[in-house]
Design a binder for this molecule. Structure first.
Ligand code: NAD
Length: 273
């Protein structure tokens, strides 16, 4: 599973499954990241606002893996949006990570009321061209933001990281991503455990002998998206990686589709600033 990758529209590849580190305490981040990498993870999803980029970088070094075997994502926080401020923010992230370059940098939220994501994007294009970030993408962008970004700059994000879980399945946005050549990546993929007891999840778990979390993560992979669950326990990290020895049947995928309620766990991208 860790070796399975999705092709990005700039020719690079991203592992389909990674570790999310939002809310991982700074003091525990290096150990969590190093443990995950030793277990087989090859993608770590960080962000400046998570306050643990130093630990992310340290964990990559502690793992002993060659730097080019690990895919590191960071994100530009809302307060840093704008051209010059983004250039500074990414340099600061690289310094905290202790890295010359990251594989992926995202605009964390569109913040439409600030209306600075076009300038932020232009700065990311420059950083990509200068080799400070290998690929550039976005997070929490809605269709209208994606279309404006591409219309104004001609550069299509490689990926849009969005809230996606059984209760918020995002079919329309996923279809738009497919049309535009953008990889979908799911955040809060386990949906705060709110679907663990739902019959489609429970039934598939009983049939396969897997846990509800594994059923839901497998569902993400079968949707064709990249997924970044968070766990700080070695046993949880290993559980979330063990997804390649079973498959959900078409009927089970159809049953999962009935769980969509269009309900978010997190903020609304149209208003979050
Ligand atoms: P998640 O869906 O990964 O769930 C994490 C919670 O589920 C934790 O409480 C964890 O202990 C528990 N858990 C993990 N594995 C489990 C298992 N096998 N069985 C039972 N419980 C389990 O939630 P998340 O951290 O909100 O999202 C994942 C990642 O997405 C974040 O860490 C972050 O990197 C990213 N994210 C991005 C944004 C964004 O705006 N771009 C927002 C939120 C999260």
């Amino acid at each position: 599973m860790p070796t399975q990758r999705l092709r990005l529209n700039d020719g690079h590849y991203i592992p389909r499954l990674g570790l999310g580190i939002w809310q991982v305490p700074a003091a525990a981040t290096a150990e969590t990241v190093a443990t995950a990498l030793r277990l087989g993870y090859r993608l770590v999803d960080g962000a400046a606002i998570y306050g643990n980029e130093e630990g992310l970088g340290e964990g990559v070094r502690q793992s002993g893996l060659p730097r080019d075997e690990v895919f590191v994502t960071t994100k530009v926080w809302n307060d840093d949006q704008g051209y010059d401020s983004t250039l500074c923010a990414v340099e600061a992230s690289l310094a905290r990570l202790g890295m010359e370059r990251v594989e992926l940098c995202l605009i964390h939220w569109p913040c439409p009321a600030r209306d600075r994501y076009l300038d932020t994007w232009r700065a990311l294009i420059r950083l990509r061209d200068e080799g400070r970030v290998r690929s550039i993408g976005v997070s929490n962008f809605m269709g209208e933001h994606l279309e404006r970004l591409v219309g104004e700059t001609g550069v299509v994000p490689v990926l849009n990281q969005i809230e996606l879980n059984p209760r918020l399945q995002q079919a329309d946005l996923r279809a738009l991503h497919d049309r535009m050549g953008i990889v979908t990546q799911s955040w809060t993929p386990l949906g705060q455990g709110r679907s663990f007891d739902a019959p489609p999840v429970r039934d598939a778990a009983a049939r396969t002998g897997k846990t509800p979390a594994q059923v839901i993560l497998r569902w993400h992979l079968q949707l064709g998206v990249s997924v970044i669950p968070r766990s700080t326990r070695a046993v949880g990290l290993a559980e979330n990686l063990a997804l390649d020895d079973f498959e959900l049947a078409p009927g089970e995928m159809a049953a999962m589709a009935t769980l969509d309620e269009g309900v978010r766990c997190g903020p609304d991208p149209m208003t979050f600033a």
